[in-house]
Design a protein around this ligand. Structure first.
Ligand SMILES: *Cc1c(COP(=O)(O)O)cnc(C)c1O
Length: 462
């Protein structure tokens, strides 16, 4: 067994996927978000668990596994005892593994405060940022635009954290009532602004604010999905699922992942690099099929504007994490999707099975899964489930040999009450935390789509 402390001295740096910026520490990568050359940060070195350490994970609870993984990846930037405490504070909820048929399982990642898998990452990133800011006695303002899920996960994750103020802009007509209430009933350090415009208008305001010198004193920062602090925590549940279900320590698992920006999948790729026995990752996209087409043909074409599908959190025409995947396979893809150096396509095709799932196929999977097995899926998890069935159809030896498979369910079905009632003709009850929202008071500012008004409001209140 290696000594973890020896490893820690060598892993404490992060490179930019564009390869034109200096390497930085974990802390710097976390607080910067984007590298100065427009690339995304990736760990220079990914440590591996050995067989004994992998086996030991089955005795750990979720926070225990999270600590072991994050301790290896973040290096000596964080004190070990502090990191243990952070993991216990953040992960006061667990995953649910549900057997569906044979050795095919559903991993439900919907037990967090906003019933979305984004809670796993956003909560850890918030605590990590606050940890470093409080050591340096600094504060920042998180400014983010949301079309729904990210805003509610970020608002809940950063709620009550010292040293951090949060401003969230959302397009009033484009988020559901539930998503809105998950942001607007918090108060405290969370300020929410409903813009009379579209998501793109909110994003434009955010971009202008970042370049506006009159707001420099706020030290604006973003909490979006490209931050390395949101990526690393997403490796943990892959280990958790495997350690609960694998019959022996080298049993390989097939994971099926519903993909939008490919951050979730990237967490899985890091987990495999750390020694998790993975047979294959199924990449399930919706009708935004730029990645499955790329894997098939070797030509990468952005889809703009992205296609609207019922798995709306996956409506992404150019996933930002593709540049990380390319980097991982020896290539370079810039932020515009241009391939400057070809990754190892042969290896990519070996490690992944990429499939695009139409809305009809998604609805069909929801219907079939409920009628055959009594399992309720929402649209994102249904796309992954459908992708897994395609994979097994292509690999009958694995299907008939009872291959261990885990399909990821990324949101709670109650978030998609209307769609599911339409398809299944059953009533999907709200969770208790969703019901509690009904009685809470909402507080938000309604604003015209006008940058000057937005800036004056910010200057007056901060
Ligand atoms: C964000 C999201 C996804 C997509 O995850 P990526 O990491 O962007 O690939 C899938 N399902 C749900 C419910 C989401 O909110």
């Amino acid at each position: 067994m290696y000594n973890q402390d020896d490893v820690l001295n060598t892993i404490n740096s992060y490179y930019s996927t564009n390869r034109r910026a200096p390497e930085v520490s974990f802390k710097e990568a976390l607080l910067k978000g984007l590298a100065p050359d427009g690339g995304l940060y990736m760990p220079c070195f990914i440590p591996k668990f050995n067989r004994g350490e992998l086996e030991a994970l089955s005795a750990d609870d979720y926070p225990g596994i999270a600590f072991k993984i994050l301790n290896l990846l973040t290096g000596k930037d964080i004190d070990r005892d502090d990191l243990i405490n952070l993991c216990r504070e953040v992960y006061n909820f667990d995953i649910v593994l549900e057997g569906v048929v044979n050795r095919n399982y559903l991993m439900r990642l919907d037990q967090g405060p906003t019933a979305s898998f984004k809670d796993f990452a956003a909560r850890m990133m918030g605590r990590l940022m606050q940890y470093f800011l409080s050591i340096d006695s600094k504060d920042i303002t998180i400014l983010t635009a949301t079309s729904g899920d990210t805003g509610s996960a970020v608002a809940n994750a950063y709620f009550g954290l010292g040293n951090i103020r949060v401003i969230i802009l959302f397009p009033f007509d484009e988020v559901t009532e539930l998503q809105r209430k998950q942001m607007t009933t918090l108060g405290n350090n969370i300020r929410v602004i409903a813009v009379d415009g579209k998501f793109d208008d909110c994003q434009t305001m955010v971009k202008r604010a970042f370049m506006d010198e009159s707001l420099a004193h706020l030290r604006l920062s973003s909490a979006n999905s490209i931050n390395i602090g949101r990526l690393l925590p997403q490796s943990v549940y892959y280990f958790r699922g495997w350690s609960r279900l694998a019959a022996k320590s080298d049993e390989k698992v097939v994971f099926s992942v519903p993909c939008g920006n490919f951050g979730n999948l990237m967490g899985g790729i890091i987990a495999r690099e750390m020694g998790l026995p993975v047979k294959c990752f199924v990449i399930a996209t919706n009708e935004n099929d730029e990645v499955p087409v790329y894997f098939r043909t070797g030509t990468y074409n952005i889809i703009r504007p992205s296609r609207n599908c019922i798995s709306n959190a996956m409506n992404v025409g150019h996933p930002s994490n593709m540049s990380r995947i390319a980097a991982f396979y020896g290539g370079i893809m810039d932020e515009y999707g241009r391939i400057l150096k070809e990754p190892d396509m042969g290896k990519l095709r070996e490690d992944f099975f990429a499939v695009s799932v139409t809305d009809d196929e998604t609805r069909n999977a929801i219907d079939m899964c409920y009628r055959q097995f009594g399992t309720v899926l929402e649209p994102h998890g249904a796309a992954a489930w459908y992708g897994l069935q395609k994979y097994l159809d292509n690999n009958p030896v694995q299907r008939d040999g009872n291959q261990l498979c885990i399909s990821l369910e990324t949101a709670h079905p109650a978030k998609f009450q209307r769609e599911l009632t339409d398809i299944l003709k059953i009533n999907i009850p709200l969770t208790s935390s969703m019901e509690e929202l009904e009685t809470k008071t909402e507080e938000y500012l309604s604003l015209e789509n006008n940058y000057e008004l937005f800036r004056n409001y910010i200057l007056k209140h901060y």
